[in-house]
Design a protein around this ligand. Structure first.
Ligand code: HEC
Ligand code: HEC
Ligand code: HEC
Ligand code: HEC
Ligand code: HEC
Length: 446
């Protein structure tokens, strides 16, 4: 009898040991807030890293205005009307405020209530990630292990405040993939930055995300540390103009330098993604657009807008700015019956748009990635890819003779403006961010 009892004890202990540590959706409620240290506990020693993190989107992933608006006004409101979406909407927190998710604090309090959910993606969440489940990692598939040991990419680090342990994972793109790959409830990849990187040239050459978003520079990682090369916690992306600027290099040339007044100018624009390790746009692709605007200015100063030539591929209509409505599914969470939608693009009609449209279950374009059933044509520019756009322009009958200059401008927008305006998202989210421009000229003769 007693032996049996001991045996059953041993078996249950073995079972417990073999039981997997929680990751992904099993993280929900698996830990408590108290098990994680506050970022301010790290600040006293990791002075610079703390301030860098404060200025990065990582520390605002839950509190930033557009995050709050999309989460509460669209996602949470949508799940209230469609309970089958609740799991996915709770899951927003798995990446945007992982601590709240792990504490089972969903739906977390609004940012104005100043709860610990506001810590967003904090130091201790990242530095107690011990591994991940599944290949590739996606939807907060990390294994959390809060406690005294802080994991990192260096060996033999010593700290008076905590233990440290080297894990190769911290130097790998898969670490980031836990949150930068996302699948919708319909099984669609609605965020695939790591997958884009993986099939591009940088993964082959061993250049992970960290080399471009956490570059190393000489300094001290902690007040009492020796000088060395320190990973800067910049996480600079689409909210940093200098990161976006020049990420696509551009040139434009005419087929002929000299044209008779009744001729047609044919211009080619080459767009080269020379700076990003993934496609542009990447990440929140449902929100983001990049567009090419070309104008001509004649010798008298009149300016003309040139629409892009069609190429004829399937789904191309989504890549040329038009006067059409979209995003009707926002009507459900917003409580508007038969919502007609808002303008799809909000940029000059005829401009080429580099994007990938997301479609709701009714086949309408959506910015609600949790409501995405299919994806449309992928017309983004891949890492080290070059796309060429052509503009054929019949010279206007009354064009004055002399020089005509052409200007190609490439711009970026984090959130299409008509959606930002409809939802009342502050201006900076839909500001026009210049990526690059190029010019050329022709001479018109009689
Ligand atoms: C009392 C000072 C102090 C505090 C507080 C502190 N650290 Fe450290 N930490 C250090 C020192 C010192 C090192 C070693 C730096 C070196 O030698 O380059 C270190 C190293 C690290 C490393 C590198 C580990 C590796 O192997 O690469 C990480 C990660 C880290 N700390 C995270 C944290 C986090 C997260 C917090 C807050 C929860 C924190 N630290 C709080 C002093 C501190
Ligand atoms: C625990 C989840 C998580 C992990 C791990 C993570 N990120 Fe993020 N990251 C986020 C979230 C959420 C945001 C969005 C912040 C916001 O709401 O705008 C973000 C934002 C960013 C941004 C800013 C994008 C912008 O729009 O400006 C960059 C760059 C970035 N992450 C890079 C990385 C890199 C590189 C790694 C790996 C070293 C990484 N992230 C690991 C969750 C994570
Ligand atoms: C999104 C996840 C993420 C967040 C948030 C984050 N870190 Fe890190 N941290 C990393 C990664 C990844 C590395 C290793 C980068 C590398 O070496 O390529 C790192 C490296 C470090 C190092 C070692 C730096 C060096 O090169 O010596 C310290 C110390 C550290 N982090 C502390 C912190 C502190 C303190 C915070 C909060 C203020 C913080 N981290 C927030 C992911 C994160
Ligand atoms: C070769 C350098 C390089 C590598 C490698 C790289 N990135 Fe980027 N990343 C950039 C540049 C440049 C931008 C700005 C242009 C843009 O928005 O795409 C950027 C932008 C981003 C953004 C913001 C996108 C947006 O529109 O909000 C995120 C998020 C991001 N990167 C995450 C990652 C992750 C995760 C990885 C690894 C899987 C990675 N990056 C690898 C250079 C790089
Ligand atoms: C798998 C992790 C993950 C999940 C789940 C997730 N997000 Fe995100 N979210 C991110 C990352 C990473 C970014 C940054 C990508 C980029 O910069 O383009 C982001 C960006 C955003 C942005 C854009 C922020 C900006 O300032 O441009 C909003 C808004 C947002 N998410 C809301 C949500 C909502 C609402 C949900 C749930 C329905 C959700 N997210 C689910 C990881 C996630």
């Amino acid at each position: 009898m007693r032996a049996l009892f001991i045996l059953s004890l041993i078996i249950s202990a073995a079972c417990l040991y073999a039981q997997e540590l929680p990751s992904g959706s099993s993280l929900l409620g698996a830990y408590a807030y108290d098990q994680f240290e506050k970022p301010e506990a790290c600040q006293s020693c990791h002075v610079d890293i703390y301030m860098q993190w404060r200025q990065a989107m990582m520390s605002q992933a839950y509190t930033h205005h557009w995050d709050e608006i999309e989460y509460f006004d669209l996602a949470v409101a949508h799940a209230e009307k469609k309970p089958e979406l609740k799991e996915a909407v709770d899951g927003c927190n798995g990446c945007h405020t992982p601590m709240a998710y792990m504490a089972g604090d969903v739906t977390p309090p609004r940012p104005e209530e100043n709860s610990r959910a506001n810590e967003s993606v904090n130091c201790d969440v990242c530095h107690t990630i011990k591994g991940y489940t599944g290949e590739p990692p996606y939807n907060y598939s990390f294994i959390a292990s809060p406690g005294r040991v802080k994991y990192g990419a260096k060996e033999g680090q010593e700290s008076p405040h905590h233990d440290t342990q080297y894990l190769e994972l911290y130097e790998k793109a898969e670490f980031c993939a836990n949150c930068h790959n996302e699948k919708s409830p319909f099984g669609v990849w609605v965020k695939s930055t790591h997958l884009e990187w993986e099939e591009g040239p940088y993964s082959e050459q061993g250049v992970p995300c960290q080399q471009c978003h956490m570059p190393k520079a000489k300094g001290r990682s902690a007040k009492m540390a020796k000088e060395g090369m320190v990973a800067q916690h910049l996480f600079h992306g689409a909210h940093v103009p200098s990161k976006v600027a020049g990420s696509i290099e551009m040139k434009i040339h005419p087929r002929e330098r000299e044209l008779p007044w009744d001729g047609a100018a044919i211009l080619k624009v080459q767009l080269f993604n020379g700076k990003a390790g993934h496609k542009i746009p990447t990440g929140s692709v449902e929100d983001r657009i990049m567009w090419l605007h070309v104008t001509a200015t004649d010798s008298k100063g009149n300016t003309y807008h040139l629409p892009v030539d069609k190429k004829g591929f399937e789904g191309e209509q989504y890549t040329i700015a038009a006067d059409v409505l979209a995003y009707q599914d926002m009507g459900v969470p917003k409580g508007i019956d038969n919502f007609k939608g808002v303008q799809r693009d909000g940029v000059p009609v005829g401009d080429r748009i580099f994007r990938m449209p997301y479609f709701d279950p009714q086949g309408r374009m959506t910015i609600m990635q949790w409501n995405t059933k299919t994806l449309g044509v992928d017309y983004r520019i891949g890492p080290r890819e070059t796309k060429i756009e052509t503009f054929t322009w019949m010279l206007p009958k009354d064009i004055p003779l002399g020089k005509v200059t052409f200007r190609a401008e490439l711009n970026y927008q984090k959130l299409v403006k008509p959606v930002a305006d409809f939802l009342g998202v502050p201006e900076d989210e839909s500001e026009i961010m210049p990526i690059s421009y190029a010019t050329t000229w022709i001479t018109v003769y009689n």
